[in-house]
Design a protein around this ligand. Structure first.
Ligand code: N01
Length: 554
């Protein structure tokens, strides 16, 4: 590696590393495990007090994964995947956090992680090929390589409502939930937001609160999760086939095994056939299975309408008050173009006497008041307000760090019109900095743990290649980055995804550039592209050998 990165690294001070990883969520932990395997001295810096990332912070009631437990786990260790037992079809937040902690302990990862430490800034010294990171607790730390495992949904966002500081009750954001939990018994509660976090938490908060008002700006599509205890015989079968299933998952568009790709258009089926197919998927539970009913649901609006109408009819059939049902009907985006939510008893919750749905599109929230909140139509009084208002997704965490690459160029300037990267792995002008599931990689459109593993494996192979060839620096070429961004946009524009005002598009943050951020060409196709680029000697990337320091460098 560079003249600074020696395999033994025994000469390094406490603040010098061979590689620094920012973040100890599922991505950062696996990166630490693999980089250690290269014999590198690795330092991980994590803002939270413990491991887990998303699963550390999102402790709201009802939080669970929308990918099935047997799939949503690490694939790198067969012992690990054989020994761990998931109790339910979909893992709850506490269960997944317990799993991540188990992984950290089993692979002895904690000793290299500095918790409660936020990385504030990072800059690259081109002469030395060295990243220096400023932290809020451990001063400056440096390494030739930097891996940003900062997550895609890790910057919670409370809208800029006037008067929040005046509110006399307690308020919470789903992504920053108190560790001790919250007891809403006897309270008048507001939930603002009906994305995945709102939809998961609303039934549980409603069951506790004296009265719950849900402020919905946009009705979303949600399907029944059909969560249940994991059937032990199904688990045994899955475990017996784990190796083949993981291999298969790497070769699917979503990184999830067990869903054969559909071959038929929804428009080729009769109405009766379609309804029977959707009914079967509805009963089965799960979003991929539903969207895989036909092969054109995400690319053809007429096909999509057939699935959307089916779900709208289910909402009408479930919600007893027709006016409430009408308000819950999603009508401004094709189904699946926003994250398709999985719920347990969401629509049924609106049949409770203690739940009121408020149309925050017709009457937007104007301000938080000392007693509650005010919309353009009415005043409300609450003891607690829950913001299920989402995240500055995909770019927020990186842009919160004052990042500077070659010649001091800042990431904020580079991404002023939207994120740009090559493969979501590297950014032109930021040598030796790798992103785990960065924008323009499949990331949130794939099984995230597998996506993290795939990125890390590519990075580790790349570092090994560099070491074997005496290279100290790698950076993506501007042309390769431009071509990848163009490809990313072209693929997205061939689908219905850009038709939704989603966080995938940056649409949930006022002023954020509208660009479709995840790669939707398929995880399988993406992985093949990454592998081909590596096989061609890192085509589109420039690798530079370690140079001997000369007086001119001093
Ligand atoms: O956030 P969101 P989320 N006034 O951005 C509303 C993952 N996740 O935390 O749509 C009123 O989806 C906003 O309204 P609108 C998953 O990938 C996964 O729920 O902008 N309302 C919207 O309803 C998910 O997609 C899991 O009009 C306002 C809501 O707040 C992603 O995280 C569980 C408002 C935000 O929804 C984000 O989900 C949880 C305002 N001023 C999360 N501002 C699982 O695995 C915003 N809103 C199951």
């Amino acid at each position: 590696m560079s003249q600074h990165a020696t395999p033994s690294s025994s000469d390094k001070s406490a603040t010098e590393f061979d590689a620094i990883i920012v973040g100890a969520g599922v991505g950062g932990l696996y990166a630490l495990h693999r980089l250690r395997g290269l014999g590198l001295k690795v330092g991980v810096f994590e803002a939270a007090s413990d491991v887990g990332g998303t699963w550390y912070w999102n402790r709201y009631p009802g939080c669970r994964c929308d990918v099935e437990s047997m799939e949503y786990s690490y694939s790198f260790s067969d012992e690990l995947q054989q020994e761990w037992q998931w109790p339910e079809r979909y893992g709850t937040q506490p269960e997944i956090l317990r799993y991540v902690n188990h992984v950290a302990d089993r692979f002895d990862l904690r000793r290299d992680i500095r918790f409660d430490t936020r990385v504030l800034a990072a800059s690259f010294d081109s002469a030395d090929n060295q990243w220096t990171l400023q932290t809020d607790r451990h001063g400056a730390v440096s390494a030739p390589f930097c891996i940003m495992a900062t997550g895609n949904l890790s910057t919670p966002r409370v809208p800029d409502f006037a008067g929040l500081e005046s509110f006399k009750g307690n308020w919470y954001h789903t992504g920053l939930w108190p560790h001790a939990g919250v007891d809403f018994t006897g309270q008048r509660v507001a939930v603002i937001g009906t994305g995945s976090s709102g939809v998961q938490s609303i039934p549980l908060i409603a069951a506790q609160a004296k009265h719950l008002h849900v402020f919905q700006r946009t009705a979303n599509f949600t399907l029944p999760a059909r969560n249940a205890a994991l059937d032990p015989s199904a688990e045994r079968r899955h475990k017996a086939e784990y190796a083949e299933r993981r291999q298969a998952a790497f070769n699917t568009p979503f990184g999830i095994s067990g869903h054969p790709p559909p071959v038929k258009s929804a428009l080729e089926a009769t109405r009766e056939e379609r309804d029977a197919a959707y009914e079967e998927k509805w009963a089965e539970g799960g979003s991929i299975s539903f969207l895989y009913a036909y092969n054109d649901l995400l690319v053809n609006k007429a096909a999509n309408d057939t699935a959307a109408d089916f779900v709208r009819n289910k909402i009408r059939a479930t919600v007893k008050d027709p006016a409430v049902a009408e308000l819950l009907l999603p009508n401004d985006h094709p189904i699946g173009t926003k994250r398709l939510i999985l719920d347990s008893n969401y629509y049924e919750t609106y049949n409770r006497d203690n739940v009121t749905l408020v149309d925050a599109r017709r009457a937007p929230i104007e301000a938080i008041t000392p007693a509650g909140l005010r919309t353009t139509e009415a005043e409300y009084e609450f003891d607690a307000i829950v913001f299920a208002t989402g995240f500055d997704a995909m770019t927020g965490a990186l842009l919160e760090i004052d990042l500077h690459g070659t010649d001091g160029a800042s990431l904020k300037d580079k991404w002023a019109d939207g994120p740009r990267s090559n493969l979501g792995l590297m950014m032109a002008g930021f040598p030796n900095m790798f992103l785990i599931t960065g924008p323009q990689s499949p990331s949130v459109k794939a099984q995230m743990i597998l996506a993290c593993e795939q990125h890390t494996d590519w990075i580790v192979d790349c570092l090994e290649h560099m070491k074997a060839n005496g290279m100290a620096r790698i950076e993506t070429d501007q042309g390769a980055e431009d071509a990848w961004v163009a490809h990313n946009n072209e693929v997205a524009n061939s689908t219905l995804y850009p038709q939704a005002n989603s966080w995938y598009m940056g649409a949930n943050i006022p002023g954020k550039p509208r660009i479709f951020m995840p790669y939707v060409g398929g995880f399988d196709r993406y992985k093949r592209t990454c592998d081909e680029i590596a096989a061609k000697g890192y085509e589109g990337f420039t690798l530079t050998p370690a140079k001997t320091r000369t007086l001119a460098d001093a």
